[in-house]
Design a protein around this ligand. Structure first.
Ligand code: NI
Length: 181
């Protein structure tokens, strides 16, 4: 396993649309393990392959407090959505920035697992929000895209300044108990 480096906004590679995963082999297994290790180390509650510059439709998530419930979601497709609520989101690619985003509160998802088996499951609350956030990454979309142009510009300048002054790890730490994905 290896840690992968996480791309940061406004890196244009974060705008790449990911490709469908068609081969479920050992290389995919290694990528999944690397993504999990990178997510746990960040620390974050979710990570899309896009964020480590691998443009395949693959995300990993763990919203548990114990950090022992990893979820691997490949080729996700939302087949039902319900409700709407605002949740504070953060993103490992936009370190130290948090804002409220409106998402569906319940989704039904069809996806592949790491063995290539098709799954259909229902997710609610933070898990549903996190999946929608990660699926946006696969489309080249970031949570800051939902904010106003003015806010986005302010965020970009703040991150530029921080990158000059300190490390991204320190910026991520600035979120305190808040969670990023
Ligand atoms: Ni994110």
């Amino acid at each position: 396993m290896a840690l992968r480096s996480i791309l940061e906004y406004p890196d244009p590679r974060l705008r790449t649309r990911a490709q469908t995963v068609t081969t479920f082999d050992a290389a995919l297994g290694t990528l999944i393990d690397d993504l999990l290790e990178t997510m746990y180390a960040a620390p974050g509650i979710g990570l899309a392959a896009t964020q480590v510059d691998v443009h395949q439709r693959l995300v990993v998530i763990d919203v548990s407090d114990e950090r022992n419930a990893p979820l691997v979601i490949i080729n996700p497709e939302i087949i039902e959505r319900e409700g709407e609520a605002k949740t504070e989101e953060g993103c490992l690619s936009v370190p130290g920035i948090f804002d409220e985003i409106k998402r569906a509160t319940r989704i039904r998802l069809r996806s592949h697992d790491r063995a290539g088996q098709v799954n259909e499951s229902e997710y609610t609350d933070l898990l549903a929000v996190c999946i929608q956030h990660e699926m946006d990454h696969l489309e080249g979309k970031l949570f800051v895209d939902y904010l106003s142009q003015m806010k986005r510009e302010r965020i970009r300048k703040k991150l530029d300044k921080e990158r000059r002054e300190r490390t991204a790890e320190a910026a991520r730490g600035a979120g305190g108990a808040r969670r990023a994905y």
